[in-house]
Design a binder for this molecule. Structure first.
Ligand code: NAD
Length: 544
């Protein structure tokens, strides 16, 4: 047991490296990238202490060069899910009873590995496997992942410090127990940091985990598992499996010891999960925790007083960085007539400068979208907009998948504020703009609020404080992360805890104590120092 009340190192955000020409980090990362590009890395499943391969060897193809094979991963089946659940449950007793400072040490070490010796491999694998530019990889797989680990350790210790008061003669204590059973993490392709955070934050709180990453993130998932092992995460505490997602999930949800799901991905998948868990409710020993951060249709709204240059910059960065494949990406915008010409001019002149291609060429601001499936879906929205009477493509619109899944940054102008690309998540480099009559600015806020089922991020631009106040009130439930005079992307752990409401998720704010609280079940312990020895209360005495 601990023999001290320890203070954990104070968490600070990992500084972002510049990768400017001539810098040491640029040269080092380029070397690692070139090596990984040719290495043909094999990523096994990790079940208990075993690295498991199968006869189903799957290629890892970079999105910007889909005929190239950068490596392989192995597909498993329901038997691997069964084995992973067993390995997790076998590891539970020892891990759950390990004093908390050792769990903290393991994940603080993981943070230092991610920020140090693993930084290049995390970034290079994210650039190659998920098609991120160097800067997008750095802010994700190096900095955000490291921040999650360090801040979560601090939040864990703050949670443990949260204790009830005690009256005379008694001592009340709360133990933050791990959940009884195993937890299931299902992660998306678009952030290595999310893939790393979902299983680790649950393990940090003493839980054991079955983790199923996206099959489009396997190169960096393999690096994460190696890092966890080197940090000292014991065998069986985080088990990584791959295979048919629906079958694996059904196996996990059908188990009596299933204690919770930590999901990030699309809304439709999460809704399916919720239904499945509800249907199985009589199977479980405990009520499973259900946490999901899902899709978005994130807005940028400008008031007639807004600075057109700031609005245009927020649109370029917010809509097109990482090809619009951030859940927070700006994808619908409402611009007043009085500033539209200027916003359009700045936006189009910025977009004309943007280069698209391989992340290995650092001068490319944009790269390819993740897969053939995404490419076809995004192209469908663009083709329909080309045909529709309510829409005009004012920039981009070209799609070419001959070498990689490349789509130009595309801006659709619409006269119909309820057009499909104003309402539905596209998850690609497509921004739709509706220009409104300046006099109608207040009504346009209702349009923003009522147009989509999502409520993840949103940004308002105005120089007028009364307008900022009114818009903040009217859009209170339209976004879980609300930005004033800033782009709606780029949340930083510890500074802007992230999550949305409505169809965008349970809003349990990744990178906050609130999220960690979902992975513990508090036990209140009341100890009485001198217990009473008679049942009789004074009021039972007879009147004189
Ligand atoms: P996705 O829903 O296709 O996949 C997410 C995960 O779910 C993957 O591991 C996938 O294999 C698994 N999955 C897919 N279908 C499944 C099924 N039928 N049964 C079980 N598992 C299944 O999402 P994606 O394309 O990887 O990621 C993009 C989505 O994630 C977007 O909708 C985006 O908005 C969302 N996202 C949200 C946040 C957030 O914080 N709100 C962050 C990142 C991504």
């Amino acid at each position: 047991m601990p023999k001290g009340i320890y203070t954990v190192p104070y968490a600070v955000n990992e500084p972002i490296k510049s990768y400017a020409p001539g810098s040491a980090e640029r040269e080092s990362l380029q070397k690692t990238y070139d090596k990984m590009w040719n290495d043909q890395t094999e990523v096994p499943m990790y079940i208990g202490g075993n690295e498991v391969t199968t006869s189903k060897k799957m290629e890892i193809n970079p999105p910007h060069d889909h005929k190239h094979v950068a490596g392989y991963f192995y597909d498993g089946d329901v038997d691997h899910a069964k084995a992973a659940i067993k390995a997790a449950l076998d590891a539970r007793e020892k891990w759950a009873s390990l004093p908390w400072e050792h769990r903290a040490s393991v994940f603080l070490k993981a943070a230092d590995l991610a920020a140090g010796p693993y930084r290049d491999r995390l970034n290079a694998s994210t650039m190659i496997g998920q098609g991120k530019s160097v800067y997008q990889a750095e802010i994700d797989s190096a900095c955000e992942f490291t921040d999650f680990l360090r801040f979560n350790v601090q939040y864990m210790s703050e949670i443990y410090e949260e204790q009830p008061v005690s009256d005379n003669g008694i001592w009340n204590r709360v133990e933050y127990r791990p959940l009884e059973g195993f937890l299931y993490a299902v992660t998306p392709f678009n952030f290595t940091a999310i893939a790393g955070n979902l299983p680790t934050c649950m393990a940090l709180m003493g839980n054991v985990v079955v983790w199923k990453p996206s099959d489009k993130q396997m190169l960096s998932a393999g690096v994460l598992m190696e890092l966890f092992k080197e940090a000292g995460v014991p065998d069986g505490v985080i088990n990584m499996i791959q295979g048919d997602p629906a079958a694996i999930t059904e196996e996990c949800f059908g188990h009596p010891d299933f204690a919770g799901i930590h999901f990030t991905g699309s809304t439709s998948v999460f809704k399916k999960f919720w239904t499945q868990i509800g249907n199985n409710i009589d199977v479980y020993k405990t009520y499973p925790r259900i946490v999901g951060e899902t899709g978005g249709k994130d807005f940028v709204w400008a008031h007639p007083s807004a600075d057109p240059r700031a609005v245009a910059t927020a649109l370029t960065r917010g809509a097109f960085e990482y090809q619009g494949q951030k859940c927070s990406a700006a994808s619908r915008s409402y611009i007043p007539q009085n500033i539209w010409d200027e916003v359009k001019e700045y936006l189009i002149s910025d977009l004309k400068e943007i280069k698209i291609g391989s992340p290995r060429d650092f001068t490319n601001f944009m790269n390819a979208v993740i897969s053939k499936h995404s490419f076809d879906k995004i192209k469908g929205y663009i083709e329909r907009a080309k045909e529709n009477d309510d829409t005009e493509i004012i920039f981009g619109g070209n799609c070419d998948d001959s070498k990689g899944y490349f789509i130009d940054p595309t801006v659709i102008l619409t006269t119909n504020p309820k057009y499909e690309s104003m309402e539905e998540e596209i998850f690609g480099p497509v921004l739709t703009i509706y220009v409104y009559d300046d006099a109608q600015w207040e009504d346009s806020l209702d349009l923003v609020n009522e147009t989509s089922m999502y409520a993840l991020t949103g940004a308002i631009f105005s120089q007028d404080r009364y307008v900022i106040d009114l818009a903040s009130k009217k859009l209170e439930n339209a976004a879980g992360n609300f930005y004033i005079n800033d782009k709606p992307t780029g949340a930083v752990v510890g500074q802007q805890p992230f999550g949305g409401a409505r169809a965008s998720g349970t809003n349990d704010k990744a990178g906050s104590a609130q999220n960690l609280l979902r992975w513990v079940s508090p036990r209140l312990i009341k100890e009485n120092f001198v217990p009473p020895t008679s049942y009789k209360y004074p009021f039972l005495g007879a009147d004189e």
